[in-house]
Every structure is written in structure tokens, then in C-alpha cells.
Design a protein. Structure first.
Length: 118
């Protein structure tokens, strides 16, 4: 709930997805696809924030402050491929594609670059 909580706390809004519980694949971001499972989503970013990521089914999948020091994302970057598979199995879902291991070096660089901003 961090993405929705962040948006709401800073003056944006969030609420239930029109279709109820939503699962799917968020397109390639930084060379990686991200799987999401959610019922609530951000419906209006906070003032001074831009939408950094989105898709037809989740138009506000990522937000970023104008100075780049605050970010929020709909997906869970901490999910491992095995956790995603286990969650899909638990929910009775079949993944449409293989979930690969993240590129830890690339993700570490993205995190370091962001931490330098703050």
C-alpha cells in the first residue's frame, strides 16, 4: 500500500480499481517487466508529482516528485521470480511468460543513482 499511501498523504488520491482485483504485467521499465497484484491504485498524483510509469490497466503505476527525490511504484520491486510464481499458484493464475531473475547490477545502479539525489 506504499504507493497509494504516499500519493494520498501528499495530496493525491487513490481507491479501488474499477475492475476489482487486478493482476498483470507492467511493461518494460529499465529493461525489466514487473508483475503486479493489486486492488487499489493511485487515481490522482499529488501536486508537484509527475506520472513516471503507466499502462492501460494502471495509468498511474509510478509517480516521481519534480526534484526526483520521492518516488512511488505500483509494483513490488522486492518480489523474486519464485515469489511471483508462488503467488500466482496460490491465486490459481497462470503466468503468460516466464518471470526471469532481475538484473541486480542494473537495479543496484538505479538505486545508487536515486540515493544520490536524496
Amino acid at each position: 500500500f506504499g504507493h497509494q499511501l504516499l500519493a494520498s498523504a501528499l495530496g493525491g488520491s487513490s481507491g479501488p480499481h474499477d475492475s476489482g482485483f487486478c493482476t498483470g504485467l507492467l511493461g518494460a521499465m529499465d529493461q525489466r517487466h514487473h508483475l503486479y497484484f493489486h486492488q487499489d491504485q493511485v487515481s490522482q498524483p499529488p501536486p508537484g508529482f509527475m506520472v513516471s510509469h503507466g499502462a492501460d490497466h494502471c495509468p498511474i503505476a509510478g509517480i516521481e516528485s519534480a526534484d526526483g527525490r520521492v518516488i512511488g511504484v505500483q509494483f513490488h520491486p522486492e518480489f523474486t521470480p519464485q515469489f511471483v510464481q508462488d503467488l500466482a499458484n496460490h491465486r490459481g493464475l497462470t503466468l503468460s511468460r516466464q518471470v526471469g531473475e532481475p538484473d541486480r547490477k542494473a537495479e543496484d545502479k538505479l538505486l545508487r543513482d536515486w540515493l544520490r539525489k536524496i
